[in-house]
Design a protein around this ligand. Structure first.
Ligand code: ZN
Ligand code: ZN
Length: 171
């Protein structure tokens, strides 16, 4: 199992690679490259993790305060279309975006109290799913497994919950 909330180092070459792949996609689509879009993309790939539109907007505004919600939203959707990013919706229904292909396949555990999202990967579980499919004469293309519950560490969980509530009040 991977450690929960593993921190991912910013990998500059990976960011560059993603930017190039996206530029190629934009060109294929016959769209124009815009500086705002480039800013959004590089901020997104530097952030990593499971990012909501609002979270991305906050970070983007630190770089260019003129960039608005609609541009961030549209850019994220282009990233999803280009297959560089996956949209995920966990228990709260809020769309979160995760750059994939840079991270190996993983599944998620979601705390319904504090909202923290942990990642895990278990080869035995993966193999079991393959076996189940086999037994059902079924071929799996992809899967997503989401476990909902709550942190056992109530102290940490409450601390996160309170700081999130304070953040929401301040925003
Ligand atoms: Zn994830
Ligand atoms: Zn929690």
């Amino acid at each position: 199992m991977m450690p929960a909330n593993r921190t991912r180092e910013v990998d500059e070459s990976l960011v560059k690679e993603k930017e190039a792949a996206f530029a190629e996609y934009i060109q294929r689509k016959g769209l124009k490259t815009t500086r705002q879009r480039n800013t959004i993309i590089s901020v997104f790939f530097k952030l990593r993790g499971h990012i909501s539109v609002e979270e991305l907007l906050n970070e983007v505004k630190k770089v260019n305060p003129r960039i608005g919600y609609a541009t961030v939203y549209r850019t994220l959707h282009l990233l999803v279309e280009s297959n560089l990013v996956e949209e995920r919706r966990f228990g709260d229904g809020l769309a979160r975006y995760e750059g994939h292909s840079d991270v190996e396949h993983h599944d998620h555990m979601i705390c319904l109290e504090c909202g923290i999202i942990s990642e895990f990967y278990n080869p035995r579980l993966e193999a079991l799913q393959e076996k189940l499919a086999e037994e059902n004469n079924f071929e799996i293309y992809r899967h997503r497994l989401e476990l909902y519950g709550a942190c056992k560490d109530k102290e940490e969980c409450n601390r996160r919950k309170n700081s999130k509530a304070a953040e929401a009040r301040g925003a």
